[in-house]
Design a binder for this molecule. Structure first.
Ligand code: PRX
Length: 662
């Protein structure tokens, strides 16, 4: 790692700079900011969105109405309009004569390359759609997708959209248990998966390990499993249920008409962690979601569709992959890079090699990845010609000013504006950022709400905070890409998002501050959600995985500040009986969590504790655990049932529990 002094020298005068104006090239295309729009007389956000949707989407039947808030908080947008999402992402570009344009420059882990044009993606999508339809999948049915970063993942998502089926993509890093659980929760009728997936030179037998779990925990609704042949490894096939995707596609009709669906047709479910062990099935619908993803992709990334090449490093299994690798870029007819591998495989400069190779102009990643790149040293980006880059983006967690400046200087050559985009799985699309050309950027500060969006920083009681005062982020007006509900759990939807401040105001779950110019700094989560490398996990989810281990009596999990991953998981574990915590048991527990949830949920640190700090009513005081884990002075412990427990824990930590690195 470049040491601190190198870094200081490297960033030099930039360290004192608090704001950065957009370079000349962007000023010409100056946009109307959200603040300007809201200040303009007679403006109304729903009317403004109605005008935008007609511009960015191709509606089979244009909507005449914008927001319908009559069933608040179950809002609808453009409800009398009809469209087909896959037509908007594919057919319309081919019809316009752009069928030969590359949708994805795909790069496999071992260096294979494939350019997928819009015409090819449309052809594959239609065949997959027919293969699904031929097996009885109809509009409204749920189709699980568990695939690595290969073009078939995108075609499968669009195939669902084409026939009105609802996709439920699960991130490739999740364990088979988590995949099966999500199929169960969503009552999926089909699952599209892969024989094997490659990761850093190894191949994991995905289909076979899903089968093992499915045998143990059958999902009654699951009638069909489609298997994409990606690695050619030996794969057991279950007669009558499983089918090879290539064979199903070959047998399917090449044409599948893109029939229009109502704007509120559900498009996808994406499970995300909440404050209980059961993940939330965040449900998005079609017209509003596609409007805001398409509009924000065009405006925030300043898209010049003929010349830009865009690279989003997110996986399709997260919302960033959905909105800004699939729907936003494709709705605009953009050309993107899709990379199958890890950021450090086959070498630590692979992203920059790809940027040079494909002439990437727009680059979107997460702060945690930027921090990893800083650690690997500036020589990796510097080995490559990055002169085509003209705009950089970040998402997923607050970016510390040093990482921002490094990104700006080392990757962007001090010429590229950085858009720090704040949004969530629930918001569907970007809500707060700076518009290049219209606004200065401030390192570490997301920006202002986009046009058509309102956010506020409020007190616990819902009163708007003064500039500079920390409070809770809230969204007092609905927006087109918002989640519509939690799948099959409308009560939890109301309770989670619309009970704190009443039915009209969405509770975000983030702490934030707004400055005098209206710029929002997002500080972090206020609930029991941990953000590890921009991935959301709930403390309860990890705790329930740990306590499922036979040697564990009790566990409490917290998010601990971490220089690399933003937050890291620390687990305080009480063992059964007189069992002793050993290094071997640490490894066993970490592996156990990896098996149950996925490697991403493995605690970085396990602290053995013979008891946990509890109030007299038995509630675990996580705040105290966070304090002790981060080495802060302990506050008032008198409300604890056993006030000595904290002193014992502190001694335990000081005696040297070593965090594990992956
Ligand atoms: O805490 C905020 C943080 O990530 C959370 C949303 O996580 P998820 O639904 O997984 O979506 C991540 C990708 C959109 C938010 O509640 N977050 C996201 N973007 C930012 C951020 N925190 C600070 N700055 C951001 N730009």
């Amino acid at each position: 790692m470049a040491d601190a002094t190198d870094l200081e020298n490297e960033l030099g005068h930039l360290l004192d700079q608090e704001r950065f104006s957009p370079p000349e090239a962007f000023a010409a295309g100056a946009r109307v900011t959200g603040t300007q729009l809201h200040d303009a007389p007679g403006q109304d956000a729903p009317a403004w969105w109605l005008a935008q949707t007609k511009e960015v989407l191709d509606w089979a039947k244009e909507p005449t109405q914008s927001l319908d808030d009559s069933k608040k908080p179950f809002y609808e947008w453009f409800a009398d309009g009809e469209l087909n999402v896959s037509h908007n992402c594919l057919d319309r570009h081919v019809i316009a004569g752009n069928g030969e344009r590359v949708a994805f420059h795909w790069r496999g882990e071992e260096g294979e390359e494939r350019d997928v044009t819009y015409a090819e993606l449309l052809a594959d999508t239609q065949r997959i759609a027919n293969a699904l339809y031929d097996r009885g999948i109809r509009a409204g049915d749920v189709v699980g997708i568990f695939l690595p970063m290969i073009p078939a993942a995108v075609a499968s998502m669009l195939a669902c959209a084409r026939i009105g089926a609802v996709h439920n993509v699960v991130f490739g890093g999740f364990a088979p248990e988590s995949v099966v659980e999500r199929m169960h929760f969503s009552e999926a009728k089909a699952l599209i998966t892969v024989d094997g997936a490659r990761r850093k030179g190894k191949t994991a037998a995905i289909k076979a390990s899903l089968d093992t779990v499915l045998e143990r925990e059958p999902v009654p609704s699951l009638e069909h499993v489609f298997v994409v042949r990606a690695t050619g490894i030996d794969t057991p096939m279950h007669e009558g249920r499983d089918v090879w995707m290539d064979e199903a596609m070959a047998a399917a009709d090449p044409e599948c008409p893109a029939e229009p669906f109502p704007a509120e047709q559900p498009l996808f479910i994406l499970y995300s962690s909440g404050s209980t062990a059961k993940p939330k099935g965040i449900l998005h619908s079609s017209g509003g979601y596609l409007t805001q993803t398409a509009w924000t992709f065009r405006e925030v990334f300043d898209l010049k569709v003929e010349s830009d090449v865009y690279f989003c490093t997110a996986d399709v299994g997260w919302v960033t992959g959905h909105s800004y690798m699939v729907y936003g870029p494709l709705a605009n007819g953009a050309t993107s890079v899709m990379y199958e591998g890890a950021p450090d495989y086959p070498h630590k400069g692979i992203w920059w090699e790809l940027c040079e190779r494909y002439g990437v102009t727009l680059f979107y990643t997460a702060p945690t990845a930027i921090r990893a790149c800083m650690k690997w040293g500036p020589e990796h980006p510097r080995k490559h010609d990055l002169s085509k880059l003209r705009l950089l983006g970040t998402v997923g967690e607050p970016i510390n000013p040093k990482a921002w400046l490094w990104y700006h200087k080392v990757v962007g050559g001090e010429r590229c504006p950085i858009v720090d985009t704040w949004w969530q799985t629930e918001t569907g699309a970007i809500m707060v950022t700076t518009l290049p050309g219209a606004q200065d950027a401030k390192p570490g500060v997301a920006g202002t709400p986009l046009p058509g969006i309102t956010v506020r920083v409020v007190s616990q009681e819902g009163e708007v905070c003064d500039a500079g005062t920390q409070g809770l982020l809230a969204i007092p007006e609905p927006w087109p890409a918002m989640l519509r509900t939690l799948y099959k759990d409308p009560d939890r939807y109301q309770e989670t998002y619309f009970s704190k401040f009443g039915p009209g105001t969405y509770f975000v779950g983030d702490a934030a501050r707004q400055d005098e110019e209206g710029y929002v700094s997002v500080i972090g989560r206020v609930d029991d959600v941990i953000n590890v490398s921009g991935h959301r996990l709930s403390t309860a989810e990890v705790e329930s995985a740990i306590v499922a281990h036979p040697k564990v009596a009790e566990a409490a999990v917290i998010g601990q500040a971490d220089e690399d991953t933003g937050q890291a998981i620390a687990a305080f574990v009480t063992l059964e009986g007189d069992l002793e915590g050993t290094d071997a048991l640490v490894d066993e527990l970490r592996e156990h969590v990896a098996q149950r949830i996925g490697k991403l949920a493995r605690p970085k640190r396990i602290i053995w504790s013979d008891d946990l700090p509890k109030t007299r009513s038995g509630k675990i005081m996580r705040r105290l655990l966070r304090d002790v884990a981060e080495g802060r002075a302990l506050g008032d412990v008198t409300t604890l049932r056993d006030p000595d427990v904290m002193a014992r824990l502190e001694a335990q930590i000081k005696s040297g529990q070593v965090p594990r690195e992956d």
